[in-house]
Design a protein around this ligand. Sequence first.
Ligand code: MRU
Length: 366
Amino acid sequence: MRFRTLAWKGNYLELIDQTLLPGKAVYLKCRNAEDAWKAIRTMKVRGAPAIGVAAAFGVYLGVMRLRTEDIRKFRSEFAKTAKYMASARPTARNLFSAVEAMEEVVKSFNGRSTELLKKALLKKAVEFAKQDEELCRAIGRHGAKLFKSGDCVLTHCNAGALATAGMGTALSVIYSARRAGKKIEMIASETRPFLQGARLTAWELKENGVPVTLICDSMVGSVMRAGRINRVIVGADRIAANGDTANKIGTYQVAELARIHKIPFYVAAPSTTFDFSLKTGKEIPIEVRDGKEVYQAFSRPTAPKGVRIFNPAFDVTPAHLITAIITEKGVSRPPYQKSLARFGRAASGGLKRSGLASGRARLRRG
Ligand code: MRU
């Protein structure tokens, strides 16, 4: 990769500011929990796995400078920071997986030194980032087998290196297949309103020498009908126990179009994205973001001032539209209730049980 999405720099977290891409590659420093929270909320760092890694470091940053030897006080400050970090965005399961992993460190620590506990928390955040890199690699390895030379693959949003600490999920599959010598080209849909496809996927693929053509979201159906797309691959923000998958708004209609045109539709995601506490996708909380992103996306107004706007950031693709889910453990096929069960309890929504994240079906203001 010619860029680094996020990196721990000893006492701060460095992130590439994704709101400035593709124009400028500016790296910003998160020095405390608020910096990390804001970077996640304003989508300077985005993509479920990258959000998770940023949150793990964000939680650590929140307690890094605490000067107390009182372990009870430390635990209570930690709990506040964890809750705060979990409120940054509601849909990506990885954010909660990360905060839970950090919580587990505090829960299982039975020493008395707060300095040692801090060290253990930093170690966990670093491990969480490393694990994400490995998960991406494994997803790439398993998924590459499903693709062949000559494939023209549509992807929606950005599930690449910019969305993870590694090579990406959906795009890791493509990088891996191309490394194996398969000649694959990509079509990126622009992904209104935040333009992750146009600004991020097209940029990332170009940077990495992958042939890519950009289309508007509204062109997907006709380009499929013209026979120019023979596979679709996307990432995921949260996958329920039955395989229903929340991903960037617009994914659902791409999946329906793929079904109509008999094109395989693949989802690539690590186990940190699964939420077995939710039976179906109906329970996945969907973030609703500020209408400004729709009527004033990055430039001058593109709609009349004051017009009512609805801006849900994600939608849910029902499991029956998904040909296969590619994970670090291999390729899962329907029925997902059964094939995903091997991920077991590790992927259950612990925060939901502890009250930090509600799994109720709802739309939430971003
Ligand atoms: O709002 P975003 O940009 O965070 O949404 C990102 C997506 O929907 C991605 O497709 C998903 O997180 C998978 S990233 C590997």
